[in-house]
Design a protein around this ligand. Structure first.
Ligand code: C5P
Length: 220
């Protein structure tokens, strides 16, 4: 049985991960955070002493990149080899360099294969997959495709509330820089044809989860 794929894209700080995870829990679906794989690779590259700007060495490091991303929304964890990197990959230092590894074409091809394999292995009735190019490249045929957005101000405010001790302006600058870098590689700031936009600027967390579930309900 092939699981139903719910594809969700959106910019940095849009709440994709937490909203997608909550949606998956409510529906009894799996959850795949593709950004976590790019972050885990940035972590692996740095742990191997490789410069994130050295694309050839980044590509070579894929051979030793043993990543495992859980798809259980209740017990979500990311491992590289034996190391649990679930928390480490959220570090602002990783956020600052992740776009440099994500822009390398061989990296994208490699990780997209991993994502598709993990989607095909999902034993729950469906899987919520979130990232930047899920609605357009990874799963363009998914029956449900959503772009989750919020104004830049609201995204910066929400993210700085998560990162204790960070000023909203510097968090906003970091989000903008990352979105600009990522936008050169994949388009996720506007919805592709057939993709439903959910704007959470005026919604709280539970209302956003409800809005996403409503889109899924309308299509299925
Ligand atoms: O979603 P998150 O902010 O954790 O993603 C981290 C980074 O991974 C993004 O800034 C982007 O560089 C990369 N990414 C990507 N394609 C995806 C998901 C994430 O290039 N589908």
């Amino acid at each position: 049985e092939i699981p139903v794929v719910v594809a969700i894209d959106g910019p940095a700080g849009s709440g994709k991960s937490s909203v997608s995870k909550a949606v998956a829990r409510r529906l009894g679906y799996g959850f795949l955070d593709t950004g976590a794989a790019y972050r885990a690779l940035a972590w692996h590259v740095q742990a191997s002493g490789i410069d994130t700007d050295d694309a050839a060495s980044v590509v070579a490091s894929l051979a030793s990149f043993d990543v495992r991303i859980g798809t259980d929304p209740a017990g979500y964890a990311v491992h590289v080899g034996d190391v649990d990197v679930t928390t480490a990959i959220r570090d602002p230092e990783i956020s600052a360099v992740v776009s440099r590894v994500a822009r390398v074409p061989e990296v994208r091809t490699h990780l997209i294969e991993l994502f598709r394999a993990s989607m095909a292995l999902e034993s729950r009735p469906g899987i919520v997959v979130e990232g930047r190019d899920i609605t357009t490249v990874v799963a363009p045929d998914a029956p449900v495709r959503i772009l989750l957005t919020a104004s830049p101000e609201v995204r910066a405010a929400r993210r700085s509330a998560e990162l204790v001790g960070s000023a909203t302006t510097s968090v906003g600058d970091a989000l903008r820089a990352r979105d600009e870098a990522d936008s050169k590689v994949v388009e996720f700031m506007t919805a592709a044809d057939g993709v439903t936009t959910v704007d959470s600027t005026e919604l709280d967390f539970d209302q956003t989860v409800d809005a996403v579930i409503a889109v899924i309900g309308n299509i299925q």
